[in-house]
Design a protein around this ligand. Structure first.
Ligand SMILES: [Zn+2]
Length: 303
């Protein structure tokens, strides 16, 4: 049993339904599934090459500029796909530095992230790390699909940084640490979506394991996550649904207040977990579930 077992059937059910409504495939990048979610929002589904779960990337096309949120595993020609979907210049941003969201950065000249993930991204920018994301032999991919290593510029920005897509369409970065020190979401008030990365997902968020080797480890805690979720609740009138980096899209925004409640309860009493289970990464973690939100944590990551 793992903390994910009870959530995986729901993800499968959602994906089956989403696929039944129509998948787009483009010859520019045939290894991903593209879904047109709104008139100007595409969600791009990338299968895991073996490290990390299948991941979402999202493209928002504004009046003058577009924004690519996350770049996935770096398999397939994402750049060609983006430039097929829009003629606009575009920002490339990462919700956090983890490789299932950032290994495609090698195709781009510059990538934005929250400033506490700059060091994490710089550490990922390494030919040896790139090797870890090579497809396994029985993978859906071939070696020819793999994007080659290339250096790029990392731009770290503050909590509250605003990206301007033109004619009043702005997207605000909100720092959502805990899973990663510079984890963040992007609020798009025009489409009324919070792109939430791995911070609020329909499956358990992992806030567990020794974080002492990470820079900014003070942001790797349930308490730091809760502090920022509190700020996010002041902006609940700007979005209706969440588009996370994995699993279910169009996830209800009540998951944000559920997550805040879960954080508060665990900070007040680290033993207020729902069950103890394995995360797959580490033997045992505590799983906390409140409504639509859940996270797996270890005691060293509470405060
Ligand atoms: Zn992830």
């Amino acid at each position: 049993m793992s903390v994910f077992d009870r959530f995986d059937p729901l993800t499968k059910e959602y994906l089956t339904e989403l696929r039944s409504k129509g998948i787009l495939h483009f010859e520019e990048d045939p290894v991903v599934d593209v879904f047109k979610m709104r008139e100007n929002v595409y969600s791009i589904y990338s299968r895991s090459p073996g490290a990390g779960g299948d991941a979402w990337m999202h493209l928002v096309i504004g009046p003058e500029k577009a924004m690519l949120i996350d770049t996935g595993f770096g398999i397939g020609d994402l750049k060609a796909l983006v430039e097929k979907l829009t003629d606009q210049p575009y920002y490339v941003v990462n919700t956090h530095f983890h490789g299932d969201h950032s290994q495609g950065n090698y195709q781009f000249e510059e990538v934005y992230c929250q400033k506490y993930d700059v060091e994490g991204l710089m550490a990922q920018m390494n030919p040896e790390v790139r090797e870890c994301f090579q497809p396994k032999e029985d993978s859906y991919y071939t070696a020819a699909d793999v994007v080659p290593y290339k250096e790029y510029k990392v731009i770290g920005v503050e909590d509250g940084y605003v990206f301007d897509l033109g004619q009043g369409h702005t997207i605000e970065l909100i720092h959502l640490p805990g899973h990663a020190p510079g984890g963040c979401g992007f609020i798009d008030p025009v489409n009324r979506i919070l792109f939430s990365g791995d911070a609020v997902v329909s499956t358990p968020v992992l806030i567990c394991g020794d974080a002492s080797s990470n820079l900014h480890s003070e942001f790797m805690t349930v308490a730091a996550f809760g502090t920022q979720l509190e700020k996010l609740t002041a902006k609940l009138d700007q979005f209706d649904v969440l588009y996370p980096g994995h699993a279910i899209l169009e996830y209800p925004k009540s998951s944000v207040t559920d997550m805040l409640q879960a954080c508060r309860e665990v900070v007040a009493d680290p033993d207020s977990f729902t069950e103890i289970n394995s995360t797959g990464r580490i033997e045992e973690a505590k799983l906390k579930i409140v409504g639509l939100a859940s996270f797996a944590y270890t005691d060293d990551r509470v405060r």
